[in-house]
Design a protein around this ligand. Sequence first.
Ligand code: PEP
Ligand code: MG
Length: 874
Amino acid sequence: MPDTADPEPVQTLLHAPMKAVLVPLDQVPDPVFAQQTMGPGIALEPLEAQLFSPCDGEIVHLARTRHALTLKTDQGCDLLIHLGLDTVDLEGEGITVHVAPGTRVRRGDLLWDFDADLLACRALSLMTPLIVTSSDQWRCELSNDTRPGSVIERGAPLMTLIALSAGTPAGVVEGGNSEYREQVTLALAAGLHARPAARLRGIARQHGCTIVLEHGEHQADAASLTALLGLSLRQGDTLAVIARGTNAAAALGEAAALLTTPEAAEDDPAHDELSEEASTTVPAGDDTTCHGLVASPGLAVGPLVRLAHARLEVDEDREESAEEVGSQLQAAIRALNDTLVTDIEQARAEGRREEADILEAHQAWLDDPALLGESLGHIQAGRSAAFAWREVLEQRIAELRQSQSQLLAARADDLRDLQTRLVTLLAPEAAVAGQLDMAPGAIVVAEEITPSQLLALDQVAPAGLCLAGGGTTSHVALLARARGLPCLAAMGAGVMEIMGRHDGATAILDAQKGALTFRPGPEQLDAVREQVEQARVRAIVERRMAHEPARTQDSVPIEVCANVAGVEESRAAFEAGADGIGLLRSEFIFMARHEAPDHDTQREIYQQVLDSMGSHPVIIRTLDVGADKQLNYLALPAVPNPALGTRGIRLMTRHQDLLDVQLRALLSVTPLERLHIMVPMVTEAAELVAVRERIETLALEMNLEKRPALGAMIEVPAAALCADQLARVADFLSIGTNDLTQYTLAMDREDPDLAGRADVLHPAVLRLIDMTVKGAAGRQCPVGVCGAAAGDQQAWAALVALGVEELSVEPARVAAIKAGIRKLDRAALSRQLRAWLDEPIDSATLRQRLEQWLNEYASTSITTTDRGASRDAI
Ligand code: PEP
Ligand code: MG
């Protein structure tokens, strides 16, 4: 029988944020407030020039012009505080704000100082409305002794917010001027998984409004990640997006764009998973072999070590009052959030993008009001804070594990991480097992492993990782790939049982074929050890030569540069021997933030990248967003075909302010001779000319004597066909083979079904590359390649044969590609390639022939991973 007793409604008392005269909303001379379009509340006529927080909570939105903010109370009610009327026109003049979006505030913390005289003279009124914008979930009652027209002292009880009953659908009120609804079809290949869910929540918070997804009979508030994931939305599902509150229209546009735009492959763990899920079934194992999905490729030999799952032993019952224990839990959540904020900033500053994204997802889980609410429920029932949190998370972990979606199941590790970290904060003695105690070079076997545990494993340098659970798209898999740590996932519970019989014995982890072999025979072991050793030695030899310039057998110099996303990767590129940075994708500096990085932040990062590269050149690409790359804070209109829409330089010319900040930051670095600016998605010379003119204007304003080189990306067939024209206005050209292939073959680079056919070795793409090289020849305009083809096992050689002078690859590929170049007779391959291309040939055949030719004539096999000399793994 369901429990029908009505629980006590949640209440929050608001205290007067300043000494003021109370004014009923209907007397405010602004119909938006007077008619309660945004929600109910009260207005204050200030009697002092400072405004303080009326309760504990978090700032979730701050107007650019600083005159209004939204405070989310700790209980989840959104409160808009609007300093004065028509103060937006002051553009922040006379207003000093002491908080920013994301700031946690306590009651009585200073929010604003303002120049009362200036505001009184220049704005319509100083009257300051306090509005409950989440009025679909909350109502407000004025405190007993607050009468309209009376003076209230700062800190005196002002009004009480009372949560409406649970039966009221969250965030949805039919009608109402500020509610917007749109029907959308989910485009995300992996359905609604944690990362886009966290972004959705970010959009709601940024606009200070409520976003609800409605699918069939089910609804989920974007404030709750678990509720969103609980909808189990899949690609192609039709759902309603409902936005309500201050900036509901803008929020709805961004939310709809997010849900209807496919994610970038590198952003989307699901991309890998879907393709692998479709094609990979895990064969059953026996007592000698266990199979799993390849979460991170490689080969390793080493002793098996079991990583025990940390049991969290906590006291079940609380000793203090429910209020005290509830506060302890909220304080621990805040403390963990602060740690996460610091870790995220550090990871971003150091270019550890995967790690930062994962920690951000953890932050979003931690902020889930549903998790807090349920834990408080356990505490009310007499449980300790640590017990309550452990139980609530355990329940969610079990639900995720049972989910039909492998992608959601993979998120269980993240919740386990949050469970462990918070419980350990509340009860440091709780974790009684799971410590790392092993020699380097082990193959670690675990039922599950959290991202934090994997990071901690770095200390013991394991050779490989085998997981009973997890998946190829889990954050653990991402981290393993970033480290080049061979890893198999989803091996099934059986692996632990078989492992129990072989603990400590030597095993072979083949994370190419997806197999873990227990107790291999001596011959098998010798053969694999030899392979590992050969690859290790080859990598060492290649690395020794990595810092030397590479020339082909017939003495053609080829620069091998690196593609990077930030400072840490550029340091790695320098250490790997890169001759420069061939592509810094600056959009990664703009992603996963609530607003665009300002001039100083950008300049600092660009300068650090230049500094990290010694005397080598650095190509920084201007912001390339649109289509598969989205920014939360840049609302792009939803268009039917974003890949053919306003993106790259087309978009930046519409956001001249963004472009200007970036160009100024770039022009501020030294020395400018080493900086090369590159423009993405160019279709005609006029676009590059316009950017050059803008650089000229800014450089004059900044009194600069020097100008950086300016280049264009060749990513669309139009640019390749007009390369001769572009070469006249550009200092260099760089071919983006990822997009060039997509646009030439009309095959979406995100579509897993076409992944096998969207091959750069298609003769049409190679002809366009050939045209580009020929078009630029004689114009002193060098041509490089920064798309994935530059590091592709066979395609790199075809590019060199066509006359490309520079290849820009992942830092880990630099040494191997240089080694390949040194063995290549460019002229011979060029003749052969042109002969092949004269025949009717498809990309698969060409690939085969290239592989054979390289094996025969260049006797090179390029290693794909490079884990360092100290580990017995490749
Ligand atoms: C490309 O298109 O090849 C390229 C390098 O740009 P991106 O992959 O960032 O779109
Ligand atoms: Mg591109």
